[in-house]
Design a protein around this ligand. Structure first.
Ligand code: PNS
Length: 163
């Protein structure tokens, strides 16, 4: 059975993440979406909120499971017996960081990383930009799934789905 791991901070999940996970789910029997417990930056949404939002917005994909991990991604992948990571690549700027992680992870355990090209319609999106725009009242409708839009509106008020 072919299984893939899609790891990330998902703070919050964007339509770009959903696109990569949906497309990955068409090429693997199972996809494990793994939410890092402690992202490098203090998260806007806590782990339970990030997992709950992923659960809502990925509910239509039957072969997706959501879990979280602490520590090294390669250790979690070994625990779950998964040997392939799938990551979305948006632009050259992603590549430098992603290739370093892919090569380090491969050096550690031999795990493979496959890169999937982001759709042009979402290739400029990032969770950080979404949060910044929403925080200052910009409209992020269509850039995040509706449940996320509502949660951003709860946090930041107008401009994030509240008007
Ligand atoms: O959504 P992000 O923040 O780009 O995801 C980054 C993530 C979670 C995939 C990466 O930070 C990670 O794998 N963290 C776990 C710790 C780890 O294994 N670090 C060494 C990477 S070589």
């Amino acid at each position: 059975m072919a299984r893939a791991l899609c790891p990330g901070s998902f703070d919050p999940v964007t339509v770009g993440h959903v696109d990569i996970i949906e497309r990955t789910s068409r090429h693997f029997d199972e996809v494990l979406v793994a939410v890092v417990t402690n992202p490098s930056k203090a998260p806007l949404f806590d782990l339970d909120e990030r997992k709950a939002l992923l659960g809502e917005v990925l509910a239509h994909i039957p072969n997706v499971e959501i879990d979280s991990f602490d520590g090294l991604l390669v250790d979690f992948a070994q625990e779950r017996k998964i040997s392939v990571v799938v990551k979305g690549l948006r632009a050259v700027s992603d590549f430098d960081y992603e290739i370093q992680m892919a090569q380090m992870n491969h050096k550690l355990t031999g795990i493979e990383t496959l890169f999937m090209a982001a759709s042009p319609k979402s290739s400029y999106l990032s969770s950080s930009l979404i949060k910044e725009v929403a925080r200052y009242g910009g409209d992020v409708t269509g850039l995040v799934p509706d449940p996320v839009l509502r949660r951003l509106a709860d946090r930041f008020g107008r401009g994030s789905g509240n008007d």
